[in-house]
Ligand binder design. Structure first.
Ligand code: ADP
Ligand code: TYD
Length: 208
C-alpha cells in the first residue's frame, strides 16, 4: 500500500490519554499496511531526548520562562530535522505525542502571557504545523487523577493548580477553533477502545 506522508499530532492536558491513543493509532494504521513512525515531544531524537530530562525533571523554577521556551524549541528543532522531516520525505505517516500546540499552551499560558514570544520563535525556528491534530478533550480533574496514578520523575508540569488546568483545557479548545482546518476534538472521557475507534475513523477520513 502506498502511504500518503502525513504529520499527525496528539494534544491535550496531562493524563488525557494522548500516549495511549497515539500508540493504538500507530498499531491500527500499521495493521492496514501503512508505514508509521511513532514519536513524542519533548524528545523523539537523541538530542531532544537529552533536553527532555532537562525540562521535565527537577525544581519547577529551574529555568526562567524564556529559557524554558528556548529549550522546548531547541528540542523541537532537533526532532524536526532528524526524525520528522526525513520520515515525511520517505512518505511515512508521523504520529507525534505533543508538538508546538503544547508550547503555545504550557509555555504560552502558565507563567504569564508569553504566547506572542512562543509564536515568534516558532515561526523563526520551526515554521511547520501538523497536517492533522487530534485534541483529546476532558475535564482536568479526571486527567490529573489519571496522570498522578503514574509513577515518574517527570513531574515539573503536573502539579499546576486546578484553575490553570481548566485554563489550559479552554486554551486547547480555543486553539482548535483558531486552527480549525487541522484540529479534530475528541471526547477522551470514554473507555480506551471507544476513543481509539473514534480517533481511527477521524484519521482515516482525513487520509482518504
Ligand atoms: P497522556 O499521554 O495524555 O498523559 P496516557 O495515555 O499516558 O495520557 O494516559 C494516562 C493514564 O490513564 C494511563 O494510566 C492510561 O492507561 C490511562 N488511560 C488512558 N486512556 C484512558 C481511558 N480512555 N479510560 C481510562 N483510563 C485511561
Ligand atoms: P508528556 O510526556 O506528553 O506528559 P503527559 O503524558 O503527562 O501528558 O509531556 C511531558 C510534559 O511536558 C507535560 O506536562 C507537558 C510538558 N510540555 C510543555 O510544557 N511544553 C511542550 O512544548 C511540550 C511538548 C510538553
Amino acid at each position: 500500500m502506498s502511504t500518503p506522508a502525513r504529520f499527525i499530532t496528539f494534544e491535550g492536558i496531562d493524563g488525557s490519554g494522548k500516549s495511549t491513543q497515539a500508540r493504538l493509532l500507530a498499531d491500527a494504521l500499521r495493521a492496514q499496511g501503512h508505514d508509521v513512525v511513532l514519536t513524542r515531544e519533548p524528545g523523539g531524537s537523541a538530542g531532544a531526548e537529552e533536553i527532555r530530562s532537562l525540562v521535565l525533571e527537577g525544581d519547577p523554577d529551574r529555568w526562567s520562562a524564556e529559557t524554558e521556551i528556548l529549550l522546548f524549541t531547541a528540542a523541537r528543532r532537533d526532532h524536526l530535522e532528524r526524525t520528522i522531516l526525513p520520515s515525511l520525505a520517505q512518505g511515512k505517516i508521523v504520529i507525534c505525542d505533543r508538538f508546538a500546540d503544547s508550547t503555545r499552551m504550557y509555555q504560552g499560558l502558565s507563567r504569564g502571557d508569553l504566547r506572542a514570544v512562543v509564536d515568534q520563535l516558532h515561526s523563526l525556528m520551526i515554521g511547520r504545523e501538523p497536517d492533522l491534530t487530534v485534541l483529546i478533550d476532558m475535564d482536568p480533574d479526571l486527567g490529573h487523577a489519571r496522570a498522578k496514578s503514574r509513577q515518574t520523575s517527570e513531574e515539573r508540569f503536573e502539579d499546576f493548580g486546578a484553575a490553570l488546568q481548566a485554563q489550559m483545557r479552554q486554551g486547547f479548545l480555543a486553539l482548535a477553533q483558531e486552527f480549525s482546518d487541522r484540529f479534530r476534538v475528541i471526547d477522551g472521557t470514554r473507555d480506551i477502545d471507544t476513543v481509539a475507534k473514534t480517533v481511527l475513523t477521524t484519521v482515516l477520513a482525513d487520509l482518504a
